[in-house]
Design a protein around this ligand. Structure first.
Ligand code: NAD
Length: 350
């Protein structure tokens, strides 16, 4: 698709018109560009007419995620580790900071790298935004709420996090990243936004990243046991990646500094998710129950009042439609998916 065609496509609705106005002919740096959400964000920014500079060290991302973009005009990929200061030449209007392992399997595999990217990576990214006079957006997470004692989770809730548990490398790194971002915003050093992303799913999730949607799909398609953590009664609220990306863009384009929850308030149990995927694939796989991971959140559901009020954003993709698109992608990308067995396919859909 050419840039004008993409811009025409992007201007179909009022929300898209506002986003085209915000991002066309602007330059955006996206850290974590080769990851699941980052690659979709880069694609959408290019559709909106932005120039995009992706930065990624491929710790958990894949070049394949960017294969259609790397030949497109307006996209450049830098193989940098953002825990070290990195320079970008020329003007920059937006810095989207997504670099970080995000699945429990990944951050258990890379605990120090996760802490470092939350701390040094965020510092370097926000300092880049400061130096360029660019708007900075931190991709934070619902994990800052930990195993929440309030339900649904609204932004004013401070959370219930175990600071020394195995998940703390991620949860506390993101809480620190929020503190750092807020410090820059409060002092007037940088113009920042904080978005707390809830469980997101869609094409390009790795089959072996341990999150429930790709794990259940892989198990259902291969006819192996669908492994549900605990008794499967823990809940998740799943947001389709295209909706999440629209939320990130809306947050970057609006004045509301956040934090703002971006997620889908439609809550289902992990067992219901497994059964839905089994039905959609026509799989004969049985469900097996495995131990719950330590500190696994029992309920997870965003209050998106702020996103609706301040950004005019809400998710629009029904779970069945999003799962259908994810399933289609998995079927069309067997090379990516086979050979990577799902890790301890738990109940965590993050
Ligand atoms: P992902 O693992 O697919 O992508 C993360 C990307 O960051 C990868 O490409 C990885 O190589 C890159 N990266 C990691 N450390 C880096 C470093 N030091 N320097 C440069 N690049 C580095 O994860 P994702 O699911 O796309 O998540 C993206 C962001 O969104 C993360 O910050 C995550 O915390 C946040 N988030 C995601 C979800 C979700 O459901 N996927 C939920 C909440 C928050």
């Amino acid at each position: 698709m050419t840039r004008p065609e993409a811009a025409a496509l992007a201007s179909r609705g009022p929300a898209s018109t506002a986003l085209t106005n915000a991002f066309a002919d602007r330059t955006a740096v996206v850290t974590g560009a080769a990851g699941f959400i980052g690659s979709h964000l880069c694609e959408r920014l290019l559709d909106l007419g932005a120039e995009v500079i992706g930065v990624d060290n491929l710790l958990t991302g894949r070049l394949d995620n960017l294969s259609s973009l790397r030949s497109a005009g307006g996209f450049d990929l830098r193989a940098d580790d953002v825990t070290h200061p990195f320079a970008v030449t020329g003007p920059v209007d937006f810095v989207f900071h997504l670099a970080s392992p995000a699945s429990p399997v990944d951050y258990a595999r890379h605990p120090l790298a996760t802490l470092k990217v939350g701390a040094f990576g965020t510092l370097n990214a926000v300092e880049l935004a400061q130096a360029k006079g660019a708007r900075f957006l931190l991709a934070s997470t619902s994990e800052v709420y930990g195993d929440p004692l309030e339900h649904p989770q609204a932004e004013q809730y401070w959370g219930h996090v175990n600071p020394i548990g195995p998940r703390s490398v991620y949860d506390e790194a993101k809480r620190y990243a929020e503190a750092l971002t807020s410090c820059f915003q409060r002092s007037g050093s940088a113009n920042t936004r904080i978005v707390r992303i809830f469980n997101t799913y869609g094409p390009r999730m790795r089959a072996d990243d341990g999150r429930a949607v790709p794990a259940f799909i892989q198990q259902a398609l291969s006819g192996t046991l669908i492994t549900v953590a605990g008794d499967g009664s823990q809940t998740r609220s799943l947001c389709y990646v295209a909706d999440t990306v629209e939320g990130l863009l809306a947050a970057a384009a609006h004045d509301h500094t956040g934090p703002v929850n971006i997620g889908n308030p439609h809550e289902i149990t992990v067992l219901q998710l497994a059964e839905e995927i089994r039905a959609m694939t026509g799989s004969a796989s049985a469900v097996a129950f495995v131990p719950l991971p330590v500190d696994d959140p029992k309920r997870r559901c965003p209050d998106i009042t702020n996103a609706l009020t301040h950004l005019g954003w809400k998710p629009t993709t029904a779970l069945r439609d999003g799962l259908r698109q994810t399933l289609d992608w998995v079927r069309q990308n067997p090379v990516d998916q086979t050979g990577t067995a799902p890790a301890a396919a738990g109940g965590d859909a993050r």
